[in-house]
Design a protein around this ligand. Structure first.
Ligand code: AGP
Length: 590
């Protein structure tokens, strides 16, 4: 099991655990740390039994610790559960279970699953039946595997949204979050579909659909990927895989418990001054957030580059100041430095991070986990859209609290936000090849400029950073209106200008800016709303986005073609988009 886990470590690596059954007893070993560290401490290979489950964790609920490591068990230590995903209603479920006498050991969402299965088994259900009952109570995303000393020859696994695949070996059967876990042992795989549960016994796999309860027959397919390709789920690079993971990453970012948003909204509401700080792409998420907080909730707030913060703003801070610090790694030195200085001044720190247990989460008074899962590619993609999703939801909740929008409008905005993951999936499905073609034709251009107005200036700036950092093309980005005051001097025939031009309140003005560029012979690529013939007629290339996206949400969707443009130009130029030169995934030096 340990070797299988090591092949999945790219998916999560903050704590690890295994459970086996021997002599009808459940054996459990788990601890905080990477697999090699935990193995060195407690020898994960020294576990009796020929049936077991194992987990390497990427914390979403409950910081990395031994108690929060998986597997989680029931009150009697007979049932063990491992889980990948987020259970949205775990707090309600936990309360019900605690009120009926269950005792919990961890702060995770997952542990509620073990106790729910315990309840069903105590009421006479078989293990598969108990898992089905439990799935019906769960809201959110999950891939789970369950082991029980009451049924020692069987593993039951099930999924909703989170991936789960079964491996059919000659003398063994496996289930895993992804193929690399068992690929060296067998390449015969069966992917579980949405809301399916499978019972695994040696030589016997039974799959059932949750909705109908009916048995599902599905033949294994032969996986031809190499291990490296499998880790990338068949994509050529982690960056492309992570661009395609954005629908799920945004869904997960929006799953953070409402109480955290309400808590943060109350702090922002009563603050004298609010700053949003971060570096690189995280700073761009701050820019988008400051726009939505001002536009929707009427909050005066400022996005500031973290490395500049102490030079300019730190002296203005006091106990009534709030600093929102964004960092996917939670370890960026410039951001942490600004946070430490702000704490010294008595300011409240609100952290938004992807890595639970990171320094930023420990320095924050309150933190929101963005739940994007590990991001391997150095260029931030899914963590950007996840961060902007968290801040957009926060802006809507604060706006309702401040009554700058009514409850219906707030509900409408939250509904539109919940539709963004499908809109992103739609853009990826419909327009990836179009962007690839544009990248092929523009790959030799020596410079680009990205222009946008309002919140689209942020999308333009983020698009520029992606092209710069992975394709090494010197590029500019501006608020489109500002382009007349300098940039336009370098525009000559064939100079590529990329416009981010949604049909929002800036639309009529951006048309003028496009005309100015065309008048100087620029090649114009415009990211527009579907059916926007006005901008199409004055652009050389267009990439169409879904209709009726509220302007504060456009960065979440309109950034996707810019990520793909940078990725494809980098590939066309023969660069490795995952490991761009001179850059690190987390910059831990000042
Ligand atoms: C973005 O693609 C870069 N990797 C970089 O600018 C990054 O956003 C920045 O270093 C901040 O990282 P953080 O979110 O981990 O703090």
């Amino acid at each position: 099991m340990r070797q299988a886990l090591e092949r999945l470590e790219y998916r999560g690596y903050d704590s690890v655990g295994q459970a086996t059954i021997s002599d009808n007893k459940l054996i459990l070993k788990k601890d905080k740390g990477k697999i090699s560290e935990v193995h060195a401490k407690i020898n994960l290979d020294d576990m009796p039994g020929s049936i077991g489950i194992a987990h390497t964790r990427w914390a979403t609920h409950g910081a990395p610790s031994k108690e929060n490591a998986h597997p989680h068990t029931d009150c009697d230590g007979c049932i063990a559960v491992i889980h990948n995903g987020i259970i949205e209603n775990f707090m309600e479920l936990r309360k019900e279970l605690e009120d009926s006498g269950h005792s919990f050991e961890s702060r995770t969402d997952t542990e509620a699953i073990a106790h729910l299965i315990e309840e069903a088994v105590k009421k006479g259900s078989s293990l598969p039946g108990a898992v089905i009952d439990t799935m019906r109570k769960l809201k959110g995303a999950f891939a789970i595997a369950v082991l029980s000393s009451h049924d020692p020859q069987r593993i039951v696994c099930a999924r909703r949204e989170s991936p789960l695949v079964i491996g059919i070996g000659e003398h063994a059967v496996y289930c895993a979050s992804d193929v690399p876990a068992f690929l060296p042992l067998t390449n015969k795989a069966i992917w579980l579909e949405e809301d399916e549960v499978a019972s695994l016994e040696l030589g016997k796999v039974e799959i059932r659909a949750l909705r109908t309860g009916e048995a599902v027959k599905r033949a294994p397919v032969d996986v031809t990927w190499t291990r490296e390709a499998a880790e990338k789920s068949g994509y050529t690079h982690f960056m492309l895989k992570e661009i395609h993971e954005q629908p799920q990453a945004i869904r997960n970012a929006l799953r953070t418990q409402r109480i955290y948003h309400d808590l943060v909204a109350s702090k922002l509401d009563s603050a004298e001054a609010v700053y949003l700080i971060g570096c690189g792409t995280a700073y761009h998420a701050c820019l988008a957030g400051s726009y939505s907080l001002a536009k929707l909730a009427g909050l005066r707030c400022q996005a500031v580059i973290a490395s500049e913060f102490n030079h300019v703003h730190a002296d203005l801070l006091n106990r009534n100041s709030v600093v929102v610090a964004m960092s996917q790694s939670g370890e960026t030195a410039d951001t942490l430095n600004a946070v430490r200085q702000s704490r010294e001044k008595g300011a409240s720190i609100i952290g938004v991070a992807n890595v639970m247990g990171s320094t930023l989460t420990r320095l924050s008074d309150v933190y929101i986990g963005q739940n994007s899962g590990p991001e391997i590619g150095v260029a931030a993609t899914k963590t950007f859209t996840a961060q902007v999703s968290v801040l957009t939801k926060l802006a809507i909740i604060l706006a309702e609290r401040r009554r700058t929008i009514g409850p219906e409008q707030a509900a409408h905005h939250l509904e539109k936000l919940a539709e963004v993951p499908d809109a992103v999936a739609d853009v990826l499905q419909k327009h990836e090849n179009k962007v690839k073609d544009i990248a092929r034709r523009y790959k030799d251009r020596r410079s680009f400029c990205f222009l946008g107005r309002g919140i689209s200036e942020v999308t333009a700036i983020e698009g520029r950073l992606k092209l710069l950092e992975i394709a090494y093309v010197p590029s500019l980005a501006y608020a489109a209106g500002e382009s007349k005051h300098g940039f336009i001097a370098i525009v000559e025939p064939g100079y590529p200008v990329v416009f981010v031009a949604p049909k929002d309140e800036t639309h009529s003005k951006i048309i003028g800016n496009i005309m100015e560029m065309k008048a100087r012979g620029a090649d114009v690529v415009s990211v527009i709303e579907e059916g926007d013939d006005q901008v199409r007629s004055i652009s050389d290339d267009v990439i169409e986005m879904p209709k009726d996206i509220p302007s504060v949400m456009t960065p979440l969707i309109y950034v996707v073609p810019l990520q793909l443009l940078a990725y494809n130009i980098a590939v066309e130029k023969g660069h490795d988009p995952d490991r761009p030169r001179n850059l690190a995934k987390s910059v831990t030096v000042e």
